[in-house]
Design a protein around this ligand. Structure first.
Ligand code: AMP
Length: 366
């Protein structure tokens, strides 16, 4: 069995690492000869929109998947439906924040207020009902908080328009959430769904910095609502593979922000903290294997190494810490690795996390 992965970054690397013990080999397609997944997978070196290269990847693979959602849809159209998993429709829905939010609403999933924006007049009109603060976002190609402008004052409307205008936009109400949560599910080829426990996520400058799983203090009603929401998205898209739904916890209700049609940074904890990781479950789902157990073994924190690699000697000296470095050259804001820390309780985890945070902070550049 061989899997082709469009994209050779850390997600491709961790997918290939999860496939290895199952006797499955991966080939990644990436323009960079030295991409970090190429350590552990075969490489088709090409641009992402090169149709001939995608066809070559498919001819060497039983199934093709992708590790980032801003893949060129046109280039993937040449693949048969059964070859590309998750399906093209899921990718298309996730690429456009407006389509995505309309999909959520059609499934009865609550979202922040939103409006499509294609002119400064439309922006001025939408500000009134949505209110200030509001977040203006590009509909496409946004990630890690890029392509966003928080409008806190009417005087900023022109600035927001001039910094983002010219491409299709969406205006969203700014949600005064209590915290952010993420829920990850895997759906098999025969429509079975398994769901990981809810993860609490903390972002700095729009980039995920830390997560804790299971999220503490979530009511049963919220857990069921999150399960219902992620399952509804997966079912309606006839999804196969792992997907992540990002949520705002507003205390009395959950609002859906976005979904990622792929393995997700908020699920990295599962390599060390779950019975079966999100990466293995993605491999299992797309190759038609039964899905693995999503149970969290112990409360687990995940901390991203952003913009710098902390000294390995220091990390390795911390008890119960697992280190995952991606062999990427550090630059500000770039995720170059992550660590996980497990403990017997959330309280013990909170105590143990402090020195890890300090160690990572010294090398971090946001
Ligand atoms: P996104 O690219 O949509 O995932 O946004 C990145 C981060 O910006 C989120 O994780 C939130 O921390 C913040 N954010 C995005 N949209 C909103 C919103 N409507 N209200 C408040 N914060 C938001």
């Amino acid at each position: 069995m061989r899997i082709g992965i469009v994209g050779g970054g850390q997600l491709g690397r961790m997918l290939a690492l999860a496939a290895h013990p199952l006797g499955i080999r991966c080939t990644v397609l990436d323009p960079r000869a030295n991409c970090c997944a190429s350590d552990v997978a075969g490489l088709v070196q090409s641009e992402f929109d090169d149709v001939a290269a995608i066809e070559r990847l498919a001819s060497e693979s039983d199934v093709v998947t992708f590790e980032f959602e801003n893949v060129h849809l046109d280039a993937l159209h040449t693949l048969k439906d059964s070859t590309l998993l998750p399906p093209l429709d899921a990718l298309a829905a996730a690429q456009d924040r407006l389509t995505e939010k309309r999909l959520f609403r059609s499934l009865g999933i609550a979202t922040p207020e939103f409006a499509a924006i294609d002119s400064i007049d439309a922006l001025k009109d939408a500000i009134e009902p949505i209110g200030i603060p509001a977040v203006l976002k590009t509909r496409r190609m946004g990630y890690d908080g890029k392509g966003q402008f928080v409008i806190r004052d009417h005087a900023q409307i022109a600035d927001a328009w001039s910094s983002l205008g010219g491409v299709p936009l969406i205006l969203e109400g700014f949600v005064p959430f209590q915290r952010e949560l993420s829920i990850i599910a895997a759906r098999s080829r025969d429509g079975r769904i398994v769901v990981y426990p809810l993860t609490q996520t903390t972002h700095i400058d729009g980039i995920l910095a830390e997560s804790i799983t299971p999220a503490a203090g979530v009511s049963d009603a919220m857990i069921s609502e999150a399960h219902r929401a992620v399952s509804a998205v997966a079912d309606t898209l006839n999804y196969v593979g792992v997907l992540a739904l990002e949520l705002f916890d507003c205390g009395d209700r959950l609002l859906a922000n976005e979904f990622a049609p792929r393995v997700h940074n908020s699920g990295h904890w599962s390599i060390d903290g779950a019975a079966c990781s999100q990466f293995e479950n993605h491999i299992r789902a797309i190759t038609g294997l039964p899905l693995g157990n999503t149970a969290c073994l112990r409360p687990t924190a995940m901390l991203n190494c952003i913009g710098g690699v902390p000294p390995l000697e220091e990390l390795a000296a911390i008890p119960n810490l697992r280190v995952h470095l991606y062999r990427k050259n550090p630059r500000p804001g770039r995720k170059v690795g992550h660590v996980t820390l497990s403990a017997d309780s959330h309280e013990a985890l909170e105590r143990a996390i402090h020195p890890v945070r300090e160690c990572i902070k010294q090398s971090a550049q946001h």
